[in-house]
Design a binder for this molecule. Structure first.
Ligand code: WQD
Length: 338
């Protein structure tokens, strides 16, 4: 079965391509290389021995999207990762985010609506919950007004998919709300390749550990949490990738109860920023240079997943611990910088 993975050379996309190939799916990747590199194809091949079909173009070009689907009529499912994902950048460049994250989504859904039986897996985010009122967060927690255009594109994206599925019975979709993806494939053949100064905590930690960054700034330790720093649910990217295959198989096997479903993807465990630093020091044996600075605007205090629905309905659960994920991130950082 041929599956299209948009953004398949990106961080989560490439790990998902590996898991799809491991389960025997034939993979076609579209990527515009805006936040990835063709070298990732070699990494995927090194792990699975299979080279995905790769087409480089920008999905914002609607005519190219139409041409692609006319040439690949045997595609039976799409996992859609291709999107802009930097919260801060989205505040500066909202139009870029609405064109790339919403416009492109409608082009792909238009193509899928024309086909017969098709499946769509959407890369969503726990950011749709904002600061949820109760922990752990279930899929029924209210979606709150987005704090950034990026977060809004995830909320609006989910609503677009829901509305289209209502009138397109032959299209089945699942939105996966990720918590905080971290780590790298244990083979150290693929991993996160942040461009420029990393915005996210774990790549900043490993770059500080390797000496690329002078010091980690911890954005506030005066939050109402056990140690004053923010709590997140850090999930190993390989566990996250396996969840995408489980979601696709649910649709392929017609096990879905509705043709639009939503699942939280996390470990169910909350970890503070200081816990993550301690995890790095445990797995690396190095002391991390960090200092406490002012809070970062837009950060929520606490977010970790209630994983019951994914466990019971999707038949998936995260297997790796924070230390496992941190070790894989550190191994990858050392390899990339070697
Ligand atoms: C985690 C914690 C920071 C960097 C974002 C997006 C989310 C998803 C994942 C795309 C927070 C603290 C961070 C640093 C720090 N992105 N931190 N110093 O903000 O939870 O989620 O990335 O899908 O949608 O919102 O992740 O890694 O940026 O921050 O203290 O240099 O680490 O304050 O408490 P976040 P993060």
């Amino acid at each position: 079965m041929k599956i299209l993975v948009t953004g398949g050379l990106g961080f989560i996309g490439s790990h998902t391509v590996v898991e799809l190939q491991n389960k025997g799916f034939e993979v076609v990747i579209i990527d515009n290389l805006s936040n990835s590199s063709k070298r990732v194809l070699d990494g995927i091949f090194a792990i699975t021995g299979k080279k995905p079909i790769f087409e480089e173009f920008d999905l914002r070009d609607k005519s190219k999207v139409e041409d692609f689907f006319s040439r690949h009529r045997d595609i039976e499912g799409v996992i859609h990762f291709a999107a802009s994902k930097a919260v801060g950048e989205s505040v500066e460049k909202p139009l870029l985010y609405y064109e790339n994250n919403i416009g492109v989504l409608t082009y792909i859904l238009q193509e899928l609506s024309k086909k017969g039986n098709s499946r769509f897996i959407f890369s969503s985010s726990c950011t749709v919950y904002g600061q949820a009122d109760t922990m752990p967060i279930t899929e029924d927690a209210p979606v709150k007004p987005a704090e950034s255009p990026y977060g809004n594109t995830k909320q609006v994206g989910e609503e677009i998919i829901r509305d289209i599925c209502k009138v397109t019975p032959h299209l089945a979709a699942i939105a996966l709300r990720y918590f905080n993806p971290i780590g790298a494939h244990p083979s150290v053949e693929i991993g996160e390749l942040p461009i420029g100064v990393p915005q996210n905590l774990v790549p900043y930690i490993t770059q500080t550990g390797i000496g690329m960054r002078e010091q980690l700034s911890v954005y506030g330790d005066d939050y109402p949490t056990s140690d004053g720093t923010c709590i997140r649910d850090y999930i190993h990217v390989v566990d996250l990738a396996k969840a995408h295959v489980a979601a696709l198989q649910r649709l392929v096997n017609d096990e879905n109860k509705d043709n639009y479903e939503v699942f939280n993807l996390g470990t169910g465990t909350g970890s503070s920023v200081l816990d993550v630093i301690k995890s790095f020091e445990n797995v690396s044996g190095k002391k991390l240079n960090y200092k406490i600075v002012a809070r970062r605007a837009g950060d929520v205090v606490e977010a970790y997943a209630d994983t019951k629905k994914a466990n019971d309905v999707l038949g998936w659960s995260a297997e790796s611990t924070l230390d496992d994920a941190m070790k894989s991130a550190w191994d990858w950082e050392q390899k990339v910088r070697s």
